[in-house]
Each structure stands twice: as structure tokens, then as C-alpha cells.
Design a protein around this ligand. Structure first.
Ligand SMILES: NC(=O)c1ccc[n+]([C@@H]2O[C@H](COP(=O)([O-])OP(=O)(O)OC[C@H]3O[C@@H](n4cnc5c(N)ncnc54)[C@H](OP(=O)(O)O)[C@@H]3O)[C@@H](O)[C@H]2O)c1
Length: 328
């Protein structure tokens, strides 16, 4: 698979990585350690060298599974792990992003991942005040100097938070970016490119909506965020279906299928993201191993045509822009 730099002069990673929020589970279901290893193994067999995780995913089980997996393959190609910290704070406040807590979070991630150094740590969508909090970024910088982390960055809900974070020495920004979320291309991407900051595109399939496999009768598990967070009841609404109303999303998906003349939108949705050179990697999540091999097909497609790129924007403008564009 084609490789890109995670950030300017940073490690080279496959342009399609693996998201592990749902590693070994359907969202909201108990963790299945064996299935988690199957997903990670499928990623390795498909040549994936970037894994995105967080300290809070499945109560730490996502990081633990990745740690055991890395131990099983000490001699394979280097797999870069991006992890995140901060969302296990309860309450999740800006005050919590202090030196003491962050240092503890990093030690805990090192232990779960069984590593001496973390490749990259992102602040996990902190409250906006954190993006002006010197203590937080000085702590990250000191952890980098001490060798505990090789690089750091931020995961953000809003593009303005990413822009603000670039005033500090961050290496990468993780942001929702997909055919239903075009705003990052306006200011965030050009500035990131200018500063050599990498972009990790998350929620690339709009929580599965952009696979093209859902219809008006599709239901999700009782505790799945696609059931419980449709209006932002549990966390930022923009993380669920990318903030798009489900039925409106289905209408847009039907037009995307016409545009690409396919029922299987997955490779097109991922390739569309990769058409943006500022993107370092896209990290589709997979609840089972077969989804991983299905998703890497996105890297195998030829470049999309100007007409296809224009068509996606028109569909976005028609169905999505009004309810989404100003919010994130
Ligand atoms: N705040 C943050 O920093 C943040 C927030 C969200 C996500 N993330 C990261 O970004 C990653 C990706 O985002 P995401 O997982 O929320 O959304 P996503 O990648 O847009 O969608 C993932 C879901 O799409 C479905 N899917 C994926 N591949 C498929 C395939 N080949 N065939 C059929 N269905 C498929 C699966 O649904 P089923 O579960 O129904 O099988 C899967 O759980 C996460 O895993 C996580 O690492 C970070």
C-alpha cells in the first residue's frame, strides 16, 4: 500500500490505517479479545502500519489488545500506534488536562501498550479552553524531550480548535473528514500543510453510513452510539454519522451511488479522502476482521476524476452543508 508521512519528516505510514474504537466489539457490546486479535492480524496481513487507539477505548482493552499484538510480532514491519489521552477524565474538564494527570495517562498507556515510548499521543477532543492552555502543551513537549513520547498532537471536534492548536508544537491533527464533512479543506488543511502538520482523517465512513449498506430499516445495538447519541446525548453529535441526520444521509448516499455507479461505496469514500494530499492517513474502524480487507481496497482505486470530485461537492451542498457546515 502507498505510504505517506505522518507529518513532515515523520514516520512513513500506510495511507489507510486501522481505527480501534470498536476493536473486538460492536459498539456497546462486551469486549471479545479473540476477535480483537483477528482484526489486528487482518490489518497486519493487509500491510497496514498505522493503528489509531485511545486510552479510554473499551476501558483500556483496545490499547491492551494492541500491546499484546505488538509483542507477538516483534520482528515485523514497524507499526506506528497513535493513542489519545484525556477522555477518561470525569468530569471531562479543561482543568483535568494538567501536568499531573497527563503524565499519569501517558504512563498508563505505556504500560497497557507494553512500550518504552509512545509513537504519537493526541489530546482527545478536549474542551476548547485547552487549546490556549500552555501547561498542557508544555507537558506534552516535556514528555517528548524525556523520550516517553516521540510526537504529539490533538484530536479535535471543530476546525477552529485545530487551527488554535497549531500555535503550539504539535505534529498532527485528527479530525472528522469524509464526503459528509468538507469544512476542514477550507482553512485547516492549507495551514496544516504550510506548517508540516499531519492530518489523520477519522470517521471516514460516517460511522458506516458511507458504506452504502444501510437503509431506513437498519437498526443498531441498544448501547451503540448510533442508537444512543443521534442528538449528541452522550458526546459530540458530530462523532455519530458525522453529525448527519440518518435519513438525510441515506438520500445523499443514494446519489453518491449513482455518481460512482456502484452499490459498494466503501473504496470510493476512502479514496475520496486520500485525494486530498494534506491527509496523512485515513483510519476506518472495523468491528470484524473482514471489514479490514474490504477497506484497504480504497487504496487500490485509481484517482477519482474531476467530475466525481465535483459531484461529491454538489451532493454535499444539496443535502449536508446546511445542517453540518457551520457546526464543526
Ligand atoms: N474523538 C476522536 O478522536 C475519535 C472519534 C471517533 C473515532 N475516532 C477514531 O477514528 C476511527 C474511525 O472512526 P469510526 O470508527 O467512528 O467511524 P467509521 O470508520 O466511519 O465507521 C466504522 C464503522 O463502519 C462500519 N464499517 C467499517 N468498515 C466496513 C466494511 N468494510 N463493511 C461494512 N461496514 C463497515 C462498521 O460498523 P459496524 O460496527 O456496524 O460493523 C464500523 O464500526 C475510530 O475507530 C477511532 O479510532 C476518534
Amino acid at each position: 500500500m502507498n505510504k505517506r508521512e505522518l507529518f513532515k519528516n515523520g514516520p512513513k505510514i500506510t495511507e489507510i490505517g486501522l481505527g480501534t474504537w470498536q476493536l473486538g466489539t460492536k459498539w456497546g457490546e462486551p469486549f471479545n479479545a479473540e476477535e480483537a486479535q483477528n482484526v489486528l492480524e487482518e490489518a497486519r496481513l493487509n500491510g497496514i502500519t498505522l493503528i489509531d487507539t485511545a486510552d479510554c477505548y473499551n476501558g483500556g482493552n483496545s490499547e491492551r489488545a494492541i500491546g499484546s499484538f505488538l509483542k507477538k510480532h516483534p520482528d515485523g514491519e514497524k507499526i506506528t500506534v497513535v493513542t489519545k489521552c484525556g477522555r477518561c477524565l470525569n468530569p471531562h474538564t479543561a482543568e483535568g488536562y494538567n501536568r499531573e494527570n497527563i503524565t499519569r495517562f501517558i504512563e498508563d498507556s505505556l504500560s497497557r501498550l507494553q512500550l518504552e515510548q509512545l509513537d504519537m499521543v493526541l489530546l482527545h477532543c478536549p474542551p476548547s479552553e485547552v487549546f490556549s492552555k500552555d501547561e498542557t502543551f508544555e507537558t506534552m513537549e516535556n514528555l517528548k524531550k524525556s523520550g516517553k513520547i516521540a510526537s504529539y498532537g490533538v484530536s479535535v471536534e471543530k476546525v477552529q480548535d485545530g487551527i488554535k492548536a497549531m500555535e503550539y508544537g504539535i505534529s498532527a491533527i485528527e479530525v472528522v473528514f469524509n464526503m459528509f464533512r468538507l469544512k476542514p479543506t477550507e482553512e485547516l488543511f492549507p495551514l496544516a500543510k504550510k506548517k508540516g502538520v499531519g492530518i489523520i482523517a477519522r470517521v471516514p465512513l460516517a460511522s458506516g453510513l458511507l458504506t452504502g449498506r444501510y437503509n431506513e430499516n437498519t437498526t443498531f445495538g441498544e448501547k451503540d452510539h448510533r442508537t444512543t447519541n443521534r442528538n449528541g446525548e452522550r458526546f459530540d453529535k458530530g462523532e455519530t454519522f458525522s453529525g448527519v441526520d440518518f435519513n438525510t444521509g441515506l438520500k445523499a448516499v443514494a446519489e453518491l451511488k449513482n455518481l460512482f455507479k456502484t452499490e459498494d461505496l466503501i473504496p470510493y469514500a476512502l479514496k475520496w479522502i486520500l485525494m486530498h494530499e494534506e491527509v496523512s492517513a485515513v483510519i476506518p474502524g472495523a468491528s470484524k476482521a473482514s471489514q479490514v480487507s474490504s477497506n484497504v481496497r480504497g487504496a487500490e482505486l485509481p484517482p477519482l476524476t474531476d467530475e466525481q470530485m465535483k459531484g461529491v461537492k454538489e451532493i454535499y451542498d444539496k443535502y449536508i452543508r446546511e445542517s453540518v457546515h457551520q457546526n464543526w
